[in-house]
Design a protein around this ligand. Sequence first.
Ligand code: ADP
Ligand code: ZN
Length: 614
Amino acid sequence: MPLDPRVADLLQRWWGFDRLRPLQSDAIAAALAGRDSLVVMPTGGGKSLCYQLPPLVGDSTDVVISPLVALMKDQVDALEAIGYPAAALHSGLSAAERGKIRDRLAAGELRLLFTAPERLVNTGLLDVLVRVGVRRFAIDEAHCISHWGHDFRPEYRQLALLRDRFPDASLHAFTATATPRVRDDIVGQLSLHGPALLVGTFDRPNLCYRVVPRTDRGGQVLEILGRHRGAASIVYCISRKETERLASRLAAAGILARPYHAGLDQSERRRTQEAFARETIDVGVATVAFGRGIDRSDVRLVIHTALPTSGEAYQQETGRAGRDGLAAECVLLYSSADVFSWESLIRKSATEAELEPDEAAALVAGQLEHLHAMRRYAQSARCRHAALSEYFGQIYPHAACGACDVCLGETDALPEATVTAQKILSCVARVEQRFGVRHVGEVLRGARTEGVLRHGHERLSTFGLLAALDQRTVENLVHQLLDQELLQRSGGDRPVIGLNERSWEVLRGRRPVVLLEPRVGSAARPTRIEADDWQGVDRDLFERLRSWRRRVADARGKPAWTILDDKALRAIARERPASPAALLRCRGIGEKRLADFGAAILDLVAGRPPAEVE
Ligand code: ADP
Ligand code: ZN
């Protein structure tokens, strides 16, 4: 379907973008035709434009349903920066502020109104929207309507009434969750009529994925952050305690880092999110709650210090990196110890959920399936881009991605792995398969700890067989053997490790073993895309633009990226425009930004002190 010719013009004038991405074009065509749609795109794929652009074509007022206030506010800020009339109705507003928004709504001034599902159905807002004659609804994060999704929100179920109350309106659902079951559920729950089903590519070519055996969490995190000094980074941890511990360790090392988790009070959490958005801190050390409300597009690094529980979760959390399309890195620090902790947590929470036995069993089975798929991802030595694409049912078309540890040739095999494995397995046999990973490690490296001495294990023939290694390295090797099922581990609170048939094959020399070299430091090599992103960019100018942007953002009390994103700053620092017309040709510069910042930016490029921006 040919797109309305006005679209390209609007895109250039308002956003300063040259073209739509292919799926955006289809999604916008569906919206303009009033045809229901379900748009599935990964985080960073460009969903928001699909509902932001259409109302400009016919000056309509469209409504966006979004689950989180922070998310709405960020979007409205970003829209206001380009002069786009949008507002968000949410619980954080005073009655007067809400009244003002309702007035603008009634006067037909707004192109987009953001609101949460519970506010939509419970406040009389629906009647107002009927009066205004709303013809289009965008439902963001639509997987929240499905309990097959990873983020079910009961209040989303009430959105079913949109179809009845607005029989002539079209509904447009957006999600990054790709499973067919969730998709079908969205279509059913919202009663979408013959929707255009638009599914994007899940691969994120600008992200470089690495999986690194975890040996020393804090040390490794510091080392990786060192590659991204001063850049926005998110470090995900499993527990609250750990976010605090790690954040203070990073802070002690001079890194601007703060913890974030659900146990902190709300105002503290908000302050941290805002500090991150405004670039006064660089690193958020967080449980998974962080970042859901964060749209910062220049996140250059996402570290997981433990295994996530599903590929969807991993895709979503790593998806916060590089949303501006520039190179970013995602590192997963992996140990099979995580699998065991998650397994017991999953069982425990199913028991506590007071479900019928077969319901609980189904829940556990489903969650374990997700977990083990993620475990296989972490353990395999296959291209990460290919593995993730396949996880989402898509075929990765390249033989090597050039942007993962495997394709970059960073993973090293441990020399003499079979012999090392035999030493470990025989030690497990010597301690009679009655001890856990730590104890076996202590015996192997010859540590005269209280536990070792108490059991007389310093007299075993395997005592000190791996004396050249440290405790973390030995434990990591034991975990690798557990991963490969060359060892087994009992359940319960104090799991012990034991041998299985495969262990005996190794001990008898019938099965060769491959182990990865556990390293604290990683051998990260630069990717081509990283080099391309900086190609021709005047780095000094980029940094000057960045600090100017920070000042403007502070003065306006807005997140820095809403002023201009990094991709735009780099385009300017590459093109060095000398005139307003040349500046307008840079990506991300539309008419409003030219009017607001043109003079200041041209001054900076010319090396003059920038014009004041109020
Ligand atoms: P999503 O909501 O799917 O996570 P966003 O809508 O936030 O993704 O878009 C991700 C990034 O891509 C943003 O930085 C946005 O400015 C940029 N973007 C979106 N569409 C285009 C386009 N057509 N051309 C250039 N950049 C785009
Ligand atoms: Zn690869």
